[in-house]
Design a protein around this ligand. Structure first.
Ligand SMILES: Cc1ncc(COP(=O)(O)O)c(C=O)c1O
Length: 374
């Protein structure tokens, strides 16, 4: 059996919409009925007033930061354990990204560490709802309010996750989503920024499309970007909206089945779901512990031999050689993230997985751990 880490859930609905977009000749990101529809439907789903499509999750983050006025000399506090796209978006603006260590269990930003990192130059906090589990937002929002900081939610991995019953992406100033092929819903490549602030939505709409002028299109209003989501991508996105809850249910079912299988295992740290959270389990991410804490490469190799694909945890910002070489961070800056970064990895988690495939992965991992005398 071969089990990939993820596979998109696609059927005739996507093909039908794409064919309509093609037949209408609406293939760019400049016009087309699917763009507005997707923006409106996704924003409503995420309990936000506005949705601004973007070319991917990285450009969505960048648009959010530009609209919030983050620039050179500013500092942004960012969860260190993330896809480096979160950090890159801050660096594009010439701002300084300050890594914040994670909390054990959720592996999300630890809100208790924020205040010690605030300086007169701090302008914003970027949280990352990692692997589908929402960040503990109340303490983050309290710090932001106290110090007058903006809050950017990186929701690339957490569409539909809730914090205290509220959808992620609706709590901070902006929520930035990715629709890359392995995300909860996909448009192949694509992204969106959600917000309840009209002035930010208007600004982002202009910036994502070269900031064309109003009365004279070619008298540009600002230094813009071409970060447009195309109508063909949005056509796929509209079809995916009809599946989003089905995907989340599938992810939760997969997580439950794995968790039951691995419960109490001395070598496996399971993902959590805090009382405030609806975890959408984007990927079933586990930590090896005990005798296996430093044997991840070996375990992943043995799984691969059995046809089970897996992926290492992200490498935290403070461990990235390109940033250490610049003197921007040091390896020991975030020790909790370093620990999970070395022993964490994720198992196949695609919404298309059958029970038989989940059980095959489960048995394979238990065999691998058992065969080494766990
Ligand atoms: C946490 C996080 N932020 C940002 C991104 C960037 O999104 P994209 O690949 O669509 O640019 C990703 C994933 O790709 C991600 O996982």
């Amino acid at each position: 059996m071969k089990v990939p880490v993820s596979q998109p859930l696609l059927d005739d609905a996507e093909a039908k919409n794409v064919n309509e977009a093609l037949a209408e000749g609406a293939i760019s990101g400049f016009f087309g009925r699917f763009i507005t529809r997707f923006e409106e439907e996704f924003a409503a789903y995420s309990e936000c007033r506005y949705g601004v499509g973007a070319s991917n999750g990285t450009t969505a983050l960048h648009l959010g930061l530009v609209a919030l006025g983050i620039g050179p000399g500013d500092e942004v506090l960012v969860s260190t354990l993330t896809n480096m796209a979160s950090f890159f978006s801050v660096i594009y603006q010439g701002a300084k990204a300050v890594p914040i260590d994670c909390e054990p269990g959720t592996w999300n930003m630890n809100p208790a560490l924020l205040e010690a990192k605030i300086t007169p130059r701090t302008k914003a906090i970027m949280v990352v709802h990692l692997f589908g589990h929402p960040v503990d937002m109340d303490p983050v929002m309290a710090v932001a309010k106290k110090h007058g900081l903006a809050v950017i939610e990186d929701c690339a991995e957490a569409h539909g996750a809730t914090y205290q019953g509220r959808k992620v992406g609706s709590i901070g100033d902006v929520g930035c989503f990715s629709f890359y092929a392995n995300k909860i819903i996909t448009t192949g490549e694509g992204g969106m920024v959600t917000t309840n602030r009209k002035e930010l939505a208007d600004k982002m709409r202009g910036l994502r499309s070269l900031a064309f002028g109003d009365s004279n299109k070619f008298m540009h209003k600002d230094i813009g970007y071409n970060y447009r989501l195309t109508n063909v991508q949005a056509a796929i996105g509209c079809a995916q909206m009809g599946k989003i809850e089905r995907v989340i249910e599938a992810k939760r079912r997969i997580a439950k089945r794995y968790a039951e299988r691995f419960a109490g295992h001395p070598a496996i740290e399971l993902p959590v779901e805090r009382s405030y959270a609806r975890n959408v389990y984007w990927m079933f991410h586990i930590g090896l512990r005990g005798a296996f804490a430093d044997r991840r490469t070996w375990v992943m190799k043995r799984l691969a031999e059995r046809g089970v694909e897996s992926r290492e945890c992200f490498i935290p910002y403070n461990m990235q050689e390109i940033f250490i070489a610049r003197g921007w961070t040091a390896p020991n800056e975030c020790t909790v993230a370093n620990d999970i970064g070395l022993r964490g990895f994720y198992l196949p988690s695609g919404a298309t997985l059958s029970d038989a495939e989940i059980d095959y992965v489960g048995t394979s991992l238990l065999d691998v751990l058992g065969s080494a005398g766990a």
